[in-house]
Design a protein around this ligand. Structure first.
Ligand SMILES: NC(=O)c1ccc[n+]([C@@H]2O[C@H](COP(=O)([O-])OP(=O)(O)OC[C@H]3O[C@@H](n4cnc5c(N)ncnc54)[C@H](OP(=O)(O)O)[C@@H]3O)[C@@H](O)[C@H]2O)c1
Length: 321
């Protein structure tokens, strides 16, 4: 069985754990127990975002964990994201400081630009998705991508974050950054699973030395109703995955995660259920053969569960898909 390292080296030499705990939609009153279960199980990487509005609850849990002596700050890899309302270069540092205050921390391990289209900031830091009269997100017309990136680089130089990266960026957007970057993005966090393998983006990022972090590896079955359609395909119920799970004596979730990490990706499955949190980490004691991987590659179904974001901004010049 091919031994798999549990961390991946980033283009700045730092090591990032390849499995992290996702926390989108983890309610404040559940995320603390989830975090404790995750750290006990061996997770050392936590993925959140300012816009998930749970950084403060995560911060409280972290402080409790540090006081207990179970885990030290330097053993963790904490990732959060610049909200769409704070993408004006003048707002970037202050935004990171708001996140640090929420976490009660002095630095982050990784700070990501959440999405390549800014939303209009109305001065209210809690209104993370301002909407117009028709209920659509209120996008700002213009965006200085490289100006925002320069402001992100300053955060590294100030020691406020060890690494910086992007999320939901297209190939051309990462290429534009890499052409001028002092600090290259270490990762591009994108939707990626068996129905959206992102082959071209993965290859392009690899050439640039940028890792891929796969979000919604299970197809985000708990996503809110407004992004669900009755006929959406179900990643966890795919016949190829069910067959391989039976063959390997593993769960469908474990096969799905193992496939992504064998493709060289970082994965951030979300759960608040302690049993599922533990089992999602049990992917280092088996492997998928070349034939198993090829069988997954041949799955024809294609689906982007987060299509609504692209649809909302389809006329914006920076729309990534
Ligand atoms: N950058 C971005 O724009 C972006 C967008 C979306 C997500 N993300 C990040 O990626 C993380 C993961 O994506 P996601 O939350 O959309 O979806 P996901 O990880 O694909 O799926 C999470 C859902 O699967 C369930 N689940 C977890 N483990 C399971 C298992 N072993 N068996 C059966 N069901 C299981 C969870 O329920 P329970 O909690 O009840 O276990 C939850 O409903 C997010 O939490 C967030 O940190 C980033």
């Amino acid at each position: 069985m091919a031994a798999l390292k549990k961390t991946i080296q980033l283009n700045n030499g730092k090591e990032m754990p390849i499995i992290g705990l996702g926390t989108w939609q983890s309610p404040k009153d559940e995320v603390k127990a989830a975090l404790l279960a995750a750290l006990d199980a061996g997770y050392r990487h936590i993925d959140t975002a300012y816009s998930y509005m749970n950084e403060d609850a995560i911060g409280e849990a972290l402080q409790e964990i540090f006081k207990s002596g179970k885990v030290k700050r330097e053993d963790l890899f904490i990732v959060t994201k610049l909200p769409l309302i704070h993408m004006d270069p003048k707002l970037v540092k202050r935004s990171l400081e708001l996140s640090l205050k929420n976490f009660q921390l002095s630095y982050l391990d990784l700070y990501l630009v959440h999405f390549p289209i800014p939303l209009e900031y109305d001065g209210d830091d809690t209104n993370v998705v301002p909407q117009n009269e028709s209920g659509n997100w209120k996008g700002a017309d213009k965006w200085d991508l490289l100006g925002t990136w320069k402001a992100m680089e300053d955060l590294v130089d100030l020691g406020l974050t060890k690494s910086i990266g992007v999320s939901n960026f297209s190939i051309s957007q990462v290429e534009r950054i890499c052409k001028v970057a002092k600090h290259k993005p270490v990762t591009n966090q994108v939707e990626c699973h068996i129905y959206l393998p992102q082959t071209e983006l993965v290859e392009a990022c690899k050439k640039l030395g940028i890792t891929i972090t796969a979000y919604s590896p299970f197809g985000s079955p708990g996503r809110p109703a407004f992004i669900k359609q009755a006929d959406d395909p179900v990643v966890m119920e795919d016949p190829v995955i069910l067959k391989l799970a039976e063959k390997c004596g593993k769960t469908p979730a474990q096969v799905i995660l193992r496939n992504l990490i064998q493709r060289g990706m970082i994965v951030i499955p979300k759960s608040t259920n302690p049993e599922r949190i533990r089992s999602n980490l049990q992917v280092f004691d088996f492997s998928l053969s070349k034939e198993d991987m090829e069988e997954i590659d041949k799955i024809k179904t294609r689906h982007r569960y987060f299509d609504f974001m692209g649809a909302m901004f389809k006329d914006h010049p920076e729309c990534p898909w």
